[in-house]
Write a protein that binds this ligand. Structure first.
Ligand code: DOR
Ligand code: ZN
Length: 345
């Protein structure tokens, strides 16, 4: 039995840090475990250009000074991205890619794009400049069943876009379905996917277990068991196209426990311990290192982090809640025991 692992600091390839008080608290949680994280741009005023991304970068750095942590910024895909702006994005060492939200599919996506094909001109420039495209892969058609929105996005949009722009590197974020795992496996090495802890832990029953569970609500929404099993299979397969991205997305408790609760699960506090728990439960702990510290870096053409983390098998209770100035945030697995502890070496 493996009781201790030491490996290069992992990268969280999909993270929400928010602003102000939340940013101050949650950025430190990620910086304590991860060497780098890709920071999502869906703030209330989205990060729509390189100037805003550089400003946000400075704020994140400011809150994470004591750690060896590098935020990798993203730009919110928008139709105003000109060739000149894309060139600024390409040469910035602080910006890693552009995140596309179909309009209305999730938190702060009201400035996203309505029709996927309207992005083609920008995709073409991104392909030439070799700027990665990160996608929230769900259709925004309210007539499509919410459990089918990811699958239909692939069929309707992604297959064609990949054919049209085969050299464009695309990350299908937070995959939640069997169809996504198959699509990613079968396509070229320019297509990869991030996987969250919640999509490995739960199927959709969790949303209704003993009553309505707002803290299990995220987007893409949890799916049937066969999908969870497929996503888990992909994560522990050792296939480099699948890598860690927590999609840790803090919302105040009062905004989740509401008549119209926000989507998002906060996992950053114990992210590595939770992934270790999942891989271990599935007899795949030896697959955790590459999933966390290598495959994502390789896809983004980054070298692995120099510093290391240590994971030790020992009991660890996830807190019931995390205090912030004017409220609290409920973490994934709140109040539950897990069997791993993570520290920087
Ligand atoms: O559950 C989610 N929360 N999914 C997303 O795509 C966005 C995120 C957020 O920003 O809250
Ligand atoms: Zn996200």
């Amino acid at each position: 039995m493996i009781n201790e692992l030491i490996f290069p600091k992992p990268d969280d390839m999909h993270l929400h840090l928010r602003e102000d008080e939340l940013l101050k608290v949650v950025s430190k949680h990620s910086a304590a475990q991860f060497g780098r994280a890709i920071i999502m741009p869906n703030l209330q005023n989205p990060i729509i250009n390189s100037e805003l991304a550089h400003k946000y970068y400075d704020e994140v750095k400011n809150h994470t000074k004591v750690h060896d942590f590098e935020p990798l910024m993203t730009i919110y895909f928008n139709e105003k991205l000109t060739l000149e702006e894309l060139k600024r994005i390409q040469i910035s060492s602080k910006i890693i890619g552009i995140k596309l939200y179909p309009k209305g599919v999730t938190t702060n996506s009201n400035k996203g794009i309505d029709s996927f094909n309207s992005g083609y001109k920008i995709f073409e420039m991104m392909e030439k400049l070799d700027i990665p495209l990160l996608i929230h892969g769900e259709v925004n058609d309210p007539n499509i069943d919410i459990f089918d929105r990811e699958k239909i996005f692939i069929e309707k949009n992604l297959i064609n876009a990949h054919k049209e722009f085969p050299d464009l590197r695309i990350v299908l974020e937070h995959i939640s379905t069997k169809e996504s795992t198959e699509f990613v496996k079968e396509t070229s090495n320019n297509i990869a996917a991030t996987i969250t802890p919640q999509h490995l832990l739960y199927n959709r029953n969790e949303l209704f277990a003993g009553g309505l569970k707002p803290h299990a609500f995220c987007l893409p929404v949890l799916k049937r068991e066969e999908h969870r099993v497929a996503v888990l299979g992909a994560a522990i397969s050792g296939n480099p196209k699948f890598f860690l991205g927590t999609d840790s997305a803090p919302h105040k408790k009062s905004e989740k426990e509401s008549s119209c609760g926000c989507a998002g699960i906060y996992s950053a506090l114990n992210a590595m311990e939770i992934y270790a728990e999942i891989f271990d439960r599935n007899n795949a702990i030896e697959k955790l290192e590459n999933f966390s510290s290598k495959f994502g870096a390789d896809f983004y053409r980054l070298s692995q982090n120099k510093n290391k983390i240590k994971l030790v098998r020992s009991s660890n209770k996830v807190p019931n809640s995390i205090k912030i100035d004017n409220g609290e945030v409920i973490p994934l697995l709140a109040g539950q025991e897990i069997n791993w502890n993570c520290s920087a070496v």
